[in-house]
Ligand binder design. Structure first.
Ligand code: NAD
Length: 477
């Protein structure tokens, strides 16, 4: 595919320019790099109507054919890794290698999901009757994606929704619509018209979608604050919702770790994608017996990491993706400064164009500080000392979030025992952020409603339907 400067929506199989445009910036330079369609309500209505028209045919398509289309979409992404990755770096800011990783992950997700099938359960098969529960698609799904992983998180929705036989209208974040629109170009050549529609627009488009009576389900990934709005807006028409929301993941590091060997891994648990990961480590609790040496080792490693424009060779951490998020992270840093917390490094605004914030690490700020209690979603990490396991588990759980968490120790059994006490949707031992298309992923508490991934995630795009057939009814004898 040609990665030219033309960006169009996909509505009913047609690529559509729209009547107005939105600017998209490169966060490393703050320069406008593209203009994308700014959808009107009429554009959204057209996309929903196209998805509705396509639904009966797609739902009736044998699942093996739907799988073949998902495989073809995945192959199309794999055939364009370089182009997508370069574009992703320009719109999102992440370094080239991370961008490539995300694009390959997006292709892989579409293909790997095809290992799943929709189960049928025989509830009863007796002389009187046979009762079967099967899973039928919901109808039209509205999918709303965030800006931190625009491609892979969109595919988290496309794969299960289309596999289950639904049609979709997908909306990327206005900060990162470019790769999704190029993916739409590929999809227009692979999928039947209307099965996948892609619309882009400003702040009104999401609320138009969540309140639109033409959707049967909203699948949303974004902040907890917006998630609450989505759920409220979906309520009047009782749309199904899957909400993948924010997190404040704790990492708990036990005293038996090898400080020198683990420092790098712990650093990246927090700072990959510049900390802009829902399941990034956002609070790091370190046992008092290793607190000082591990703190020093993490800081020493952090000082070797290159922050810069993601398109430059050797860059390991790029800019924050957008201005509102940049200002939010700076506000958290300023709060920590105002309160007099100790900074081990960072804390200053980088005096260059672009939304750059130097790697910032804090030394044992109070448990009730904003930087410990809030989701920073940026390159700022509080290191916190602990000495009692019950106490650290209680602190890890004392939050409305419950997305992820991790425990690190040479004693895998001890770590596993502690991991099971963390109230989060996914907990890792001696690694973080490993996700699989075949495993349920979602948040407990206010980190989400429902899951994506695995059979559980697939079934969220279906209605369970029980069919009961009486055998040899009395009236027929
Ligand atoms: P956001 O909530 O600001 O926006 C997410 C999407 O929702 C965007 O497409 C946006 O345009 C749209 N939107 C905004 N207001 C809306 C409204 N009122 N109604 C409908 N749609 C609306 O989130 P963000 O800043 O793009 O992403 C960062 C957040 O997402 C973080 O909190 C992060 O933890 C979370 N996140 C969660 C997961 C997960 O899987 N749990 C994954 C990635 C990011």
């Amino acid at each position: 595919m040609e990665f030219n400067d033309t960006y169009q929506m996909l509505i009913g199989g047609e690529l559509v320019a729209g009547s107005a445009t939105l600017d998209v910036l490169n966060p490393a330079t703050e320069e406008v790099i593209a203009r994308v369609p700014d959808a009107t309500e009429a554009d959204l209505d057209a996309a929903v109507a196209a998805a509705r028209r396509a639904f009966p045919g797609w739902a009736a398509t044998p699942i093996e054919e739907r799988k073949a289309k998902l495989n073809a979409l995945g192959d199309a992404i794999f055939g364009n890794i370089e182009g997508f990755a370069r574009l992703l770096t320009r719109e999102q800011g992440k370094p080239g290698t991370e961008a490539q990783g995300e694009i390959m992950g997006a292709g892989y997700w579409l293909k790997a999901f095809t290992a799943l099938d929709l189960p049928e359960t025989v509830n009863e098969d007796s002389d009187e009757r046979i009762s079967i529960t099967r899973h039928v698609p919901l109808g039209v799904v509205g999918a709303i994606a965030p800006w931190n992983f625009p491609m892979i998180l969109a595919m988290f929705k496309v794969a299960p929704a289309l596999l289950a036989g639904n049609t979709m209208v997908l909306k990327p974040s206005p900060f990162t619509p470019l790769c999704t629109l190029k993916f739409a170009e590929l999809a227009s050549e692979i999928l039947p018209a209307g099965v996948l529609n892609v619309v882009t627009g400003g702040d009104s488009l999401g609320p138009w979608m969540t309140s639109h009576a033409g959707f049967d389900k909203i699948s949303f990934t974004g902040s907890t604050q917006t998630g609450r709005r989505v759920m409220a807006s979906a309520a009047p028409t009782l749309k199904r919702v899957t909400l993948e929301l924010g997190g404040n993941d704790a990492a708990i590091v036990l005293p038996d770790v090898d400080v020198e060997k683990i420092a790098e891994q712990l650093f990246w648990a927090a700072f990959s994608n510049n900390g802009q990961i829902c399941i990034a480590t956002k609070r790091m609790y370190i046992h008092k017996d290793v607190y000082e040496p591990l703190r020093d080792a993490i800081v020493a490693y952090a000082k070797t990491v290159k922050v810069g424009d993601g398109s430059e060779q050797g860059t390991q951490i790029g800019p924050i993706n957008n201005k509102p998020q940049y200002e939010r992270v700076l506000d958290l840093i300023q709060d920590a400064k105002d309160k007099g917390y100790k900074f081990l490094m960072g804390g200053e605004k980088a005096d260059v164009p672009g939304y750059f914030i130097p790697i910032t690490i804090l030394d044992n700020p109070p448990e009730d500080s904003r930087i410990v209690q809030e989701e920073q979603f940026g390159p700022v990490l509080p290191l916190i000392r602990f000495d009692d396991y019950d106490d650290v588990i209680a602190r890890a759980n004392a939050t409305d979030y419950g997305l992820g968490g991790s425990v690190w120790s040479k004693d895998e059994e001890k770590a596993f025992e502690l991991a099971q006490r963390i109230q989060s949707g996914t907990v890792w031992v001696n690694e973080t952020q490993h996700l699989s298309p075949l495993a349920a992923f979602g948040g407990m508490k206010q980190s989400g409603v429902g899951v994506e991934g695995g059979l559980e995630g697939l079934l969220e795009y279906t209605n369970a339907q029980t069919l009961v057939r009486r055998k040899k009814p009395a009236f027929a004898q």
